[in-house]
Ligand binder design. Structure first.
Ligand SMILES: *Cc1c(COP(=O)(O)O)cnc(C)c1O
Length: 403
């Protein structure tokens, strides 16, 4: 690394970037290529490339086992896994879907495809997760479904949400994309809810070049989802559901996902090392709090999220601008929150003061397969440099702003 001694060395003020190549927050796992080819042989031999060929069938069995779930149905993306499962589970005739505002930015688009209105709720400040307490006040006669995404570090209180959904008799779908490897006291994520949705996008823990899946213990739901992803037809080609899509996972994606799944334990070990490198570096930096993984149960250690505390000298967005100029693609944590974004679709307006505050404080640091421990040390050094030189940095930023 080009050592930075004065603030002129910062890329934002014209110095050279700390990283020649961008360091992102995407996982971008490259599993063993020979394994990918071996799994690809399955469909090449069978000469079946889509619509539930041998690689998709094997992947669905392997994922059901991995999650200790009764069944798994794959899709072409996490988006369509969620959309079609919402379509299958939502109460007919009701119009609202409860979801947090501080979550995946495409969630309202998914609701719009299913013609439901997002009704945004708060998250718990201590976990950044929805809970029975944050969801309950928003349940009303129009509620069609509760969509509960696990936060990107640790999990929501699954037992509490299941209990609420049962008490109030509302369908509950977990977006378990970011908790694919995690477990709770009650068992593995994927085997806990009535239905849970996952993604195989290249930025997630399991890379299928793209794709998604749903785990469920409900055989009727699984049958319905297999029809919905294939034009609404059953295995014999008879149309059994309206509103079907062409949303199947193809065989090449399934082969890649299988190779990724074979690598998952080693990958989590590598993520664990990255996480501890961050932790060792950040512990001595005042003003920054690393969100710690609860490793009393299995956890994937994938995402690195920090909170900038009140004594951090710059705003979160200024800090991000400085780091992005260095090619460290640090990102604001789910910001702006969804209820603050201009939206073309109908939604239920809500006041969310807790979310408004939280949305200013957190950022995601580079992580995943392509980030080395040395990269992490450099990122921590950059943060320490910013903390040490904050006064002249502040003055220069103010001068730039005024110019
Ligand atoms: C990425 C993501 C999705 C969507 O998955 P795709 O496969 O990219 O469509 C859904 N929910 C969450 C929480 C995500 O992070």
């Amino acid at each position: 690394m080009i050592e930075k001694s004065s603030i002129d060395d910062l890329a934002i003020f014209g110095g050279p970037s700390a990283f020649a190549l961008p360091k992102s927050t995407s996982n971008l796992l490259q599993p063993d290529f020979d394994r990918f080819m071996a799994y690809s042989d399955l469909f090449l031999q069978a000469q079946q490339y889509t619509d539930g060929g041998p690689a998709v069938q094997l992947l669905e069995r392997r994922l059901a086992d991995f999650h200790q779930a009764a069944d798994c149905v794959t899709f072409c993306s996490g988006f369509w896994a969620l959309a079609l499962t919402i379509a299958a589970l939502a109460f007919p005739g009701k119009s609202e879907i409860i979801m947090p505002s501080l979550t995946y930015r495409r969630m309202p688009d998914i609701a719009a495809w299913i013609k439901l209105k997002p009704h945004f709720c708060e998250v718990e400040p201590s976990t950044l997760a929805v809970s029975a307490e944050t969801v309950a006040p928003h349940i009303n006669a129009d509620t069609a479904l509760i969509l509960a995404p696990h936060p990107i570090v640790n999990n929501c209180d699954v037992a509490g949400l299941l209990c609420l959904a049962e008490e109030r008799n509302v369908p509950l779908l977990f977006d378990s994309v970011e908790s694919v490897y995690e477990a709770t006291a009650d068992g593995k994520v994927g085997g806990l809810g009535h239905a849970e949705a996952f993604s195989l996008h290249a930025c997630k823990l399991l890379n299928g070049y793209g794709g998604g899946y749903v785990t469920t213990r409900d055989v009727n739901l699984a049958r319905q989802l297999r029809a919905l992803r294939r034009y609404g037809m059953d295995e014999s080609g008879r149309a059994i559901f309206p509103d079907g899509m062409n949303a199947s996972l193809n065989e090449m994606h399934a082969a890649m996902a299988l190779a990724s799944l074979d690598d998952v334990e080693q990958q989590v070990q590598r993520n664990r090392e990255r996480y501890y490198t961050y932790r060792r570096g950040l512990v001595s930096l005042p003003g920054i709090r690393l969100l710690e993984f609860d490793d009393s149960h299995a956890t994937g250690y994938k995402n690195i999220v920090v909170e900038l505390l009140d004594d951090w000298p710059l705003s979160r967005d200024e800090t991000i601008r400085i780091l992005n100029a260095e090619n460290a693609l640090v990102r604001a944590y789910y910001s702006p929150p969804l209820h603050q974004k201009p939206m073309e679709f109908a939604y239920v307006p809500t006041q969310l003061p807790v979310t408004d505050q939280l949305a200013e404080r957190f950022m995601n640091l580079p992580c995943g397969h392509l980030i080395s421990n040395q990269d992490i040390e450099r990122i921590v050094d950059l943060l320490a440099f910013i903390a040490a030189k904050w006064a002249p940095i502040r003055a220069r930023l103010d001068a730039q702003g005024a110019a």
